[in-house]
Design a protein around this ligand. Structure first.
Ligand code: ATP
Ligand code: MG
Length: 392
C-alpha cells in the first residue's frame, strides 16, 4: 500500500542558517543507505521535509530496516500518495487506509489536515471535521479524541494528497559527515565499538586503528576487529581501518620497563600512534572505549598518563557508563555477539599480575626514557607497515 516515506528529523530543525547543510547530508546518507535495498528511490527535500519516494516495487521491511540505521532520522512515516479525485473519493480511500492499517478498530483518532495547496475547496478545519465524520460512519467502533488519540491521521493536500499516521522511530542523532572526523581506537572488546557508534551518532565520520600483535594475537583476533568495524559501518558508512603491527614495540617495552607499568606505557604508545594517523587524515580527535575505574589502566590517575601524550582531544563517550549499560548498547547495535568471541587482543597478552592503578606520570616518563631512540625507530616501522582495510 505505501509508496513513500516522510522522514522526520529532530535536532537538524534547529540549526538556523546551516540547516540546509544538515538536510543535504541527511539526503545523501539516506540515498547511500537505500543503495543496499532492492528497488529505485528518489530522496527529495521540499519545504523543510524529506521524502523518500519509491519509484519501483520495494520490500517495505527492508527499506525500514535500512532507514533505521541513518543517524539524523528521528521518525520514519510510511505515506500513501493519492490523486485528488474529489473529497468523497478521498474519504473512501482514507476509510480503506484506516481499515487496513488498524485491523483492530477499538482505537481513538484525530484527523490532522494540512492544506498546502490553497485552491483545495475545503480548508484544514473542514477536512478535519468532514473526514472525522466519514471515518466514524464507516467504522463505528473508532472514537475521536483530539487531545490524546491513539492515531493521528495526517492528510496533507499538495499536488497529490498525502496520507500517513504511523511513526516508526529512527536512531536520532546527526547525519554522519556534519560533525567532522575522528580516529577510533578499535579493539576486539565490547567497549570501543560502542564508543565509535556513539560519537558517530553525533554526525562524526569515523576512521579506526587496531593494534595487532602477531603471533601473540591471532589472525582470527584481527578478523574479529574487521568484522566489528563492518558492523559499526552499517551506521557510520565505510570505515578506513588501520592495522598497526604492534608486536616489536610491545616486546621492547616489555624488555625495558617495569612490568606493572607495561599496560600504561603501551597505551601511551597506542595513543601516540593513533594521533599520528589521525593528524595525517584530518581527524579532529581520538575516540576510546574507556570508562572510569573499569580496569587498572582506566583509573583517573592512569588516564592522566595516557592522556598527556596527545594534543588532540580524546573523546571517551563511555567514561561514566557502567559495564551493563555498555553491554545493552552493544546488543542493540549488534556488536555484542562478535565482541565476546574469545580471541585475545594485545592488551590482554602481556598484562602484569599487579598493574599500577595510581601511576605517577613523572615516574612513567622516566621509565619511558629507558626506551631511547630505538623505540622511535620501531614506531616508524610500525607506521610504514600500516595495513589499511576498508570496512563496509
Ligand atoms: P574494549 O572493550 O574496548 O577493548 P577494554 O575494557 O578492554 O576496552 P582496554 O583494553 O584497557 O579496555 O582498552 C581501553 C581502550 O583502548 C579501548 O576501549 C580501545 O579504545 C583502546 N584499545 C585497547 N586495545 C586496543 C587495540 N589492540 N587496538 C586498538 N585500540 C585498543
Ligand atoms: Mg580491550
Amino acid at each position: 500500500m505505501f509508496t513513500a516515506f516522510l522522514i522526520k528529523y529532530a535536532e537538524i530543525g534547529i540549526k538556523g542558517k546551516n540547516r540546509y547543510l544538515f538536510e543535504d547530508a541527511l539526503v545523501s546518507q539516506i540515498s547511500h543507505a537505500l543503495k543496499k535495498c532492492e528497488g529505485k528511490f528518489l530522496v527529495r527535500k521540499t519545504q523543510g521535509r524529506i521524502f523518500v519516494d519509491a519509484q519501483t516495487e520495494f520490500d517495505f521491511d527492508e527499506v525500514v530496516e535500512h532507514l533505521k540505521l541513518v543517524f539524523g532520522i528521528s521518525g520514519i512515516c510510511p505515506v500513501v500518495y493519492v490523486e485528488d479525485e474529489g473529497f468523497e473519493k478521498l474519504c473512501e480511500t482514507v476509510v480503506d487506509y484506516m481499515k487496513e492499517v488498524y485491523p483492530d478498530p477499538n482505537k481513538t483518532f484525530k484527523v490532522q489536515a494540512r492544506r498546502a495547496r490553497k485552491n483545495y475547496p475545503k480548508d484544514s478545519m473542514e477536512i478535519n471535521m468532514d473526514m472525522g465524520e466519514a471515518i466514524l460512519n464507516a467504522i463505528p467502533e473508532m472514537k475521536v479524541d483530539v487531545h490524546n488519540p491513539d492515531i493521528t491521521l495526517n492528510i496533507e493536500v499538495r499536488e497529490m494528497i498525502y496520507i500517513y499516521s504511523e511513526i516508526i522511530p529512527g536512531p536520532g542523532g546527526m547525519p554522519v559527515g556534519t560533525g567532522g572526523k575522528a580516529m577510533l581506537l578499535l579493539s576486539g572488546g565490547i567497549d570501543s565499538p560502542v564508543a565509535g557508534y556513539m560519537i558517530s551518532k553525533r554526525g562524526v565520520k569515523i576512521d579506526a586503528v587496531y593494534f595487532h600483535a602477531p603471533p601473540y594475537t591471532s589472525e582470527r583476533a584481527k578478523q574479529k576487529v574487521v568484522d566489528l568495524a563492518k558492523i559499526v559501518s552499517k551506521y557510520t558508512g565505510p570505515i578506513r581501518l588501520h592495522v598497526i603491527n604492534f608486536t616489536d614495540i610491545q616486546l621492547y617495552i616489555h624488555e625495558k620497563c617495569p612490568h606493572e607499568e607495561l599496560t600504561i606505557i603501551m597505551r601511551r604508545y597506542m595513543m601516540r600512534i593513533a594521533e599520528h594517523l589521525a593528524k595525517e587524515s584530518d581527524c579532529q580527535g581520538l575516540i576510546t572505549g574507556e570508562s572510569i575505574g573499569q580496569v587498572a589502566s582506566q583509573t583517573m590517575a592512569s588516564l592522566i598518563s595516557t592522556n598527556e601524550v596527545c594534543e588532540l582531544p580524546v573523546y571517551r563517550p563511555l567514561i561514566a557508563f557502567d559495564k551493563q549499560d555498555i553491554v545493552d548498547i552493544s546488543e542493540k547495535i549488534g556488536t555484542y555477539e562478535t565482541s565476546i568471541l574469545p580471541f585475545e587482543d594485545c592488551c590482554t597478552i602481556f598484562v602484569a599480575k599487579h598493574p599500577v592503578t595510581k601511576p605517577n606520570v613523572n615516574i612513567i616518563r622516566r621509565h619511558e626514557h629507558n626506551l631511547d631512540e630505538k623505540i622511535d625507530e620501531l614506531v616508524k616501522i610500525a607506521l610504514e607497515t600500516d595495513e589499511i582495510i576498508i570496512a563496509e
